[in-house]
Design a protein around this ligand. Structure first.
Ligand code: BGC
Length: 430
């Protein structure tokens, strides 16, 4: 049998022109000293010292250095969040110093040629809002809208893409459904109510931003999961897959209306199997006890999963931006293989018709990983938390830089998916 000639071309896997490459972070996870939000209050009250955010990456002071890093690593887009609790530390009172700080950061990003994707809410709430009942308050969406109305005209000129809310279905599940995140409520009805209010907050923000700029690009960063039946022919497992897919992946767009999304922001981390072997109602299969490849978070590393969800979401016929995808690992070789194997699937999804316009690796920096503290290492750039938060650029960052520079994956890089060669042999590090 002979293979088609192009099979032997050893050419690169080239992405579409204008595809944007970059990375993502969030304010509370990197800024440090976000003393006016509900996470800070909860950490102080319930967490051991090493699981409190403290000065985190000290990004609030070191942003010029981090922007320099973004630039030197070739990133084209930076997804960042602004901290509501800094901008509006008290009910209806806005802090000009915080606003000026972000203007400065945004200006610097622009001067360095970066596109900005700005997230307006990434898991944290100002304490005054929490004291009122946060997302359970009947007026919650209006409070959020007031903040959005204030900042959009101020930051708008620097922003290329807006993310109103980060992963809010997952957030309401953690904060109001299973009580893992503050305010630690465990009540399914309250969870649904919070979900309703946040959907409303998104819709209101969408209108505010479009009133300011008709051409604005607005979306949500939505955490999507590829679901599978553990036993291919199990009827119950396949029903469970369908139900979770509908509610976990798609309900957000029914609640908000697909018309309030100029693009789909998709965060991809999870591949899940539904197991009906031990109970009548299938449960999520415990991957950590399986022999599968898992990250330091205990999440399965399954590149084909990103292909599956991209194909599924391409049915909405909206541009897609991968707003987060990454691996927690102290072994950077794993991150290199993660990047290559996931991007190879993204390439195939585009070739198969998905309109994917950009990719943002999570995360630029090691950071404060919520309840897990600082142990999980997601960064292309490591942070030495014992040594004045020193930044250490990892080899994976140079592999990614090479991909960005070539707008695709050179054939040589694909060899890194095996284990016999080292990054230095195919990419210039440093
Ligand atoms: C969140 C990030 C988090 C990352 C890794 C995403 O769900 O948006 O804040 O650090 O996952 O857990």
């Amino acid at each position: 049998m002979s293979l088609p000639e192009e099979t032997h071309s050893h050419g690169p896997l080239t992405f579409p022109d204008n595809f944007v490459w970059g990375s993502a972070t969030s304010s509370h996870q990197i800024e440090g000293n976000n003393i006016n939000n509900d996470w800070w209050e909860w950490e102080k009250r319930t967490q051991p010292a090493d699981k409190q955010s403290g000065i985190a990456d000290d990004h609030y002071n070191r942003y010029p250095e981090d922007i320099e890093l973004l630039k030197s690593l070739g990133h084209q887009v930076y997804r960042m969040s602004v901290e509501w609790s800094r901008i509006e530390p008290e009910d209806g009172i806005f802090n000009q110093d915080a606003i000026d700080h972000y203007i400065d950061e945004l200006k610097m990003l622009k001067e360095n040629g970066l596109k900005v994707m700005m997230t307006l809410h990434h898991f944290t709430n100002p304490m005054w809002f929490t004291r009122k009942g946060a997302w359970l308050h009947w007026n919650a969406a209006n409070y959020f809208e007031r903040y959005v109305k204030k900042i959009v005209p101020i930051f708008g000129e620097y922003v290329d893409f807006w993310i109103t809310l980060n992963e809010y279905p997952g957030y309401v599940f953690d904060a109001y459904g299973r009580g893992k995140f503050p305010p630690n409520v465990k009540n399914k009805f309250k969870m649904i109510w919070a979900m309703w209010n946040m959907s409303d907050a998104h819709c209101k923000s969408y209108k505010v931003i479009h009133k300011y700029d008709k051409k604005a690009q607005v979306g949500v960063a939505h955490n999507v999961t590829s679901y599978n039946a553990l036993h291919k022919h199990s009827f119950r497992e396949n029903v469970a897959v369908w139900v979770l897919d509908m509610f976990g992946n798609h309900a957000l767009y029914w609640l908000t209306g697909i018309g309030t999304h100029d693009f789909l922001g998709l965060n991809y981390y999870y591949n899940r199997y539904l197991d009906g072997g031990k109970s009548f109602v299938p449960r999520v299969y415990d991957i950590e006890t399986s022999k599968k490849d898992v990250s330091d978070m205990g999440w399965e590393v399954r590149p084909e999963g990103i292909f599956d969800v991209m194909m599924d979401f391409s049915d909405y016929r909206k541009p897609i931006y991968i707003t987060e995808n990454g691996i927690a690992s102290t072994n950077d070789d794993r991150r290199v293989r993660f990047l290559l194997s996931f991007l190879k699937e993204v390439y195939h999804a585009i070739a198969a018709g998905a309109d994917i316009r950009g990719y943002m690796y999570w995360s630029l920096l090691d950071n404060y990983e919520w309840v897990e503290g600082f142990t999980p290492r997601f960064g292309l750039v490591g942070v030495d938390f014992e040594n004045k938060q020193k930044r250490i650029v990892r080899p994976s960052a140079y592999v990614y830089k090479d991909i960005i520079k070539n707008n695709g994956i050179r054939h040589d890089l694909l060899k890194l998916l095996g284990h016999s060669i080292r990054v230095e042999e195919v990419v210039k590090t440093g």
